[in-house]
Design a protein around this ligand. Structure first.
Ligand code: PGA
Length: 253
């Protein structure tokens, strides 16, 4: 059975003291509550070691927000898969739309980063999704199909099973505008059917597909109740324990 996951993407937010305080609040929350999903966070890279220390018993899995596709060498400012692996990090986001928008990332980069993470035994959370123009032009199914194929379809069945996919329509990220549960569900079902056509239904059924884009405490439960939505990648609402914990509780009966 595939996992339900609520993952917080902290982006470029919080100084060290505030980041540490939020991690401690999240640890307390995890100790005092039973959750019906896995909880992940992707804090800024600078705080990954601290996060691993705080969540030393694996209460929350810790992810990088990006990794280099290269192994090592003259890539100033980059962080390698081996580096995050050597401090016990569980995986990384790959090709978040902000990496695509501001750093020119494409699905070919995503493909190499996903493979590098899998080769090291780490979990990629591969992000895709259409822009507003593409949705208005009715191209969203086609765009997501191309993205998924280029980024993931060179993987073996055993490899793709270990990837977490996050569908994040660009027009819904940080805008307060959420895809309706039906709009999200139909793309999630589409992604799962593409994987089923290539790798078989059994493989497709094992892959967690998260929705991202203005998930909030008041819409999480309805979004998570869709059959092909296995959780969320949360930006703004992951920065406050009150909001993030309520989103986690979207999986409570
Ligand atoms: P948001 O961001 O929840 O602030 O819309 C989601 C994301 O970018 O992962």
């Amino acid at each position: 059975m595939r996992k339900n996951i609520v993952a917080g993407n902290w982006k470029m937010n919080k100084n060290f003291a505030d980041a540490e305080a939020l991690m401690i609040q999240l640890l307390e929350y995890k100790k005092n509550n039973t959750t019906n999903c896995e909880v992940y966070i992707a804090p800024p890279a600078l705080y990954l070691t601290t996060a691993k220390d705080i969540f030393k018993n694996g209460e929350v899995e810790v992810f990088a927000q990006d990794v280099s596709e290269y192994q090592s060498g003259a890539y100033t400012g980059e962080i390698s898969v081996e580096m995050i692996n050597s401090i016990g990090i569980d995986g990384s986001l790959v090709s978040h739309s902000e990496r695509r928008q501001y750093h020119g990332e494409t699905d070919s980069h995503a493909n190499r980063k996903v493979k590098a993470l899998l080769d090291a035994g780490l979990t990629p959370i591969y992000c895709n999704g259409e822009t507003l123009e593409q949705r208005k032009a009715g191209q969203h199914f086609e765009v997501v199909k191309n993205q998924t194929e280029v980024a993931l379809f060179t993987l073996s069945a055993d490899e793709i099973k270990k990837v977490v996919i996050a569908y994040e329509p660009v027009w819904a990220i940080g805008t307060g505008e959420t895809a309706t549960p039906e709009q999200a569900q139909e793309i999630h079902a589409h992604i799962r059917s593409l994987i089923a056509a290539k790798y078989g239904q059994e493989v497709a059924d094992e892959i967690s597909i998260l929705y991202g884009g203005s998930v909030k405490p008041d819409n999480a439960k309805e979004i998570f109740s869709q059959p092909d939505i296995d959780g969320g990648l949360i930006g703004g609402a992951a920065l406050k324990i009150e909001d993030f914990s309520k989103i986690i509780e979207g999986f409570n009966p």
